[in-house]
Design a protein around this ligand. Structure first.
Ligand SMILES: [Zn+2]
Length: 489
C-alpha cells in the first residue's frame, strides 16, 4: 500500500489589492485538517477533491492540511508561517511514498514573493530528495524556476473557466503514484514565456488559448511524454516570476522534455498579438443591453473578485443610475451597509426604507441610493451544479436584498467571495429573467454558473485592482522586459 500525503495552501494573491490575506481570512474559509478535508472536498470538483480521488485499493491518500482562502492581497507573515509550519510538521509526523501538493501557483506572501516556491522547497527539505512530489496547480500559476525545481511534476488546469480542477489533480496523483512505485521517472522542463496575458483573452474556448492548448495536447500524445501544461500566469502579482510558462514532463528523458518545452514556448510566443485585451466602456455596455436579448451578464472586469479585488466597486451601478438604466441586478460587497439594512429591517420589516452608500473612492465612484429592504439572508449556500474551480460550499456572510426605483435590485454581501454560483440568486428568491442586466464581479469565474441563465455576456472596462489595462498598474518588482508592457520585445 502506497501512502501519499495531500496538503496545500492555495492562494491567488493580487499585489495591488489593499486587503491582506491574514489569519482571519484563512480561518473564514477554513484551515482544514485531516478528515475535515475529505468532508469539505470529497464531493466537490476542486483540486483537493482530485488529489483525494487519486487514492485506490493500493494507494492511500492521506489528507493533512489544506487552506484555500479567497483571492485577495498578499498573505501576511503570521498567516503564512502558521499554516506552512503546521503543514511541514504534519508531513514530518509520517513516512510518505509521495507528496501531493495543492498550490495555486500565484501565491505571494509578505515575506516570500514566490510563496509557492517557498512552500515546495520546505516540503522538499522535509521529505528528502527521493520522495516524489507533485503539484496540482491553477492555470493562473506564475510558476518560478524555484517551484519547478523543487518538485518532480506539475500539472495545471487546462480550462478557463476552470472546470477540470478535479481531473487534473487526479492525473497528477496518478503520476506521483507511478513515480513512487518506480514505474516512471518524471523529468520536467520549465520554460518561462515573457508575456502578461490579458485577462480578457484567457478563455480557453477562444483564440489564442484554444490553439495553444491544442498544441499542448499534441505534445502530450507523443511517445515518452507524461504530461504538458501551458500556464496563463496571473498578471496582478507584482513579482519577478510573473507571466506565462510552459512545463513538459517526460519519462526519464531530459533532452526530449527540453526540446518539447522549447517548441511549446515558441508556439505561445508566436501567438502573442492575439493576447491584447478588449472591453466595452460602461456606457457602451449599457447601451448594448438595449439592443438585443436579455438578461445580459455584465462582467465587472476591474473589480474581479476572483483576481483578488475587494468587490466594493459600484462603478457599473453609478453609471446605470446616472443614465436612468432600469432593470439592473447588481452585487456589491458592503458589510457596513448590510448591517444598516439589517437594523432598518429589524425595525420596520420587509419594505424598510434605507439609504446606502456604495463604492470605494480609491478605484471608482461612490454613490448613495435610497431603497427598500426586501429580505436578509445569512449568505450560506451550496451549489451542486458546475461552478468555476468546482467550489460547492459558499459563505458570503450576512446579505441584504435592496430594491431601488426602476426595477433595479442590489445584493449587498459582507465577504468578497467569487460571484460564481447562480444558486446565490435562487436562495435569495431572485429570478434572473426578471432583469435586463446582471453584473458579476469576475471575468471567467461567473461564466460556468451564470452562462445558462443569460442571453449574452459583455465584458465591461471598469476601474479596479484587476483592471484590464495592465499598463496602468504600478508594478515595481516584475521582471523586464515583458510583452506587451515593454517596448521592443
Ligand atoms: Zn485561475
Amino acid at each position: 500500500m502506497l501512502r501519499l500525503a495531500a496538503l496545500g495552501l492555495f492562494h491567488e494573491s493580487n499585489s495591488f489589492c489593499p486587503t491582506p490575506t491574514d489569519l482571519p481570512a484563512c480561518e473564514l474559509i477554513g484551515i482544514l485538517r485531516g478528515e475535515q478535508i475529505r468532508a469539505v472536498h470529497g464531493d466537490a470538483d476542486s483540486t483537493m477533491a482530485g488529489l483525494l480521488a487519486a487514492g485506490g485499493p493500493d494507494v492511500a491518500v492521506v489528507p493533512l492540511l489544506y487552506c484555500g482562502p479567497q483571492p485577495a492581497g498578499p498573505i501576511t507573515v503570521e498567516a503564512f508561517d502558521a499554516i506552512v509550519e503546521e503543514m511541514i510538521a504534519a508531513l514530518a509526523d509520517g513516512a510518505w511514498d509521495g507528496v501531493l501538493l495543492a498550490l495555486h501557483g500565484a501565491a505571494v506572501a509578505d515575506a516570500h514573493p514566490d510563496a509557492d516556491g517557498e512552500i515546495a522547497s520546505r516540503v522538499r527539505a522535509a521529505v528528502g530528495p527521493d520522495v516524489p512530489i507533485g503539484v496540482a496547480c491553477d492555470l493562473h500559476g506564475n510558476v518560478s524556476a524555484r517551484l519547478a525545481g523543487a518538485v518532480d511534476v506539475i500539472v495545471s488546469y487546462r480550462t478557463n473557466p476552470h472546470v477540470d480542477a478535479r481531473v487534473r489533480a487526479q492525473e497528477l496523483g496518478g503520476l506521483v503514484a507511478r513515480a513512487a512505485r518506480g514505474r516512471i521517472r518524471p523529468r520536467e522542463a520549465w520554460r518561462p514565456v515573457p508575456i502578461l496575458l490579458n485577462i480578457l483573452r484567457q478563455n480557453t474556448d477562444d483564440e489564442p488559448m484554444r490553439s495553444i492548448l491544442d498544441a499542448a495536447e499534441q505534445v502530450r500524445r507523443r511517445p515518452g511524454v507524461l504530461t504538458a501544461s501551458v500556464l496563463q500566469g496571473f498578471p496582478y502579482a507584482d513579482v519577478p516570476h510573473v507571466g506565462m510558462s510552459v512545463l513538459v514532463t517526460t519519462d526519464d528523458d531530459e533532452a526530449l522534455a527540453a526540446s518539447y518545452a522549447d517548441e511549446l514556448a515558441d508556439e505561445v510566443w508566436r501567438r502573442r498579438e492575439a493576447m491584447r485585451g478588449d472591453a466595452l466602456p460602461i456606457g457602451d455596455a449599457l447601451d448594448a443591453v438595449g439592443a438585443g436579448a436579455t438578461p445580459v451578464l455584465l462582467l465587472d472586469v476591474g473589480d474581479n473578485i476572483g483576481a483578488g479585488t475587494t468587490g466594493r466597486s459600484a462603478a457599473i451601478l453609478a453609471t446605470a443610475l446616472e443614465r436612468g438604466f432600469t432593470g439592473l441586478l447588481s452585487l456589491v460587497v458592503a458589510p457596513e451597509m448590510v448591517a444598516r439594512c439589517a437594523r432598518a429591517y429589524a425595525g420596520a420589516g420587509p419594505g424598510a426604507e434605507v439609504e446606502v452608500t456604495l463604492g470605494e473612492p480609491e478605484t471608482g465612484p461612490v454613490v448613495s441610493v435610497l431603497g427598500t429592504v426586501r429580505r436578509l439572508h445569512d449568505g450560506v449556500f451550496e451549489d451542486p451544479t458546475p461552478t468555476h474551480a468546482g467550489y460547492r460550499h459558499f459563505n458570503v456572510g450576512p446579505t441584504a436584498v435592496l430594491d431601488l426605483a426602476g426595477g433595479t435590485t442590489l445584493i449587498l454581501v459582507s465577504h468578497a467571495i467569487m460571484q460564481s454560483s447562480r444558486q446565490q440568486l435562487r436562495c435569495l428568491e431572485l429570478d434572473p429573467g426578471a432583469y435586463r442586466a446582471i453584473t458579476a464581479k469576475g471575468v471567467q469565474s461567473p461564466l460556468a454558473g451564470y452562462g445558462p441563465v443569460v442571453a449574452r455576456v459583455l465584458r465591461v472596462d471598469t476601474p479596479g485592482q484587476a483592471t484590464a489595462d495592465l499598463s496602468s498598474l504600478p508594478y515595481r518588482h516584475r521582471r523586464r522586459p515583458l510583452w506587451p508592457l515593454d517596448p521592443g520585445i
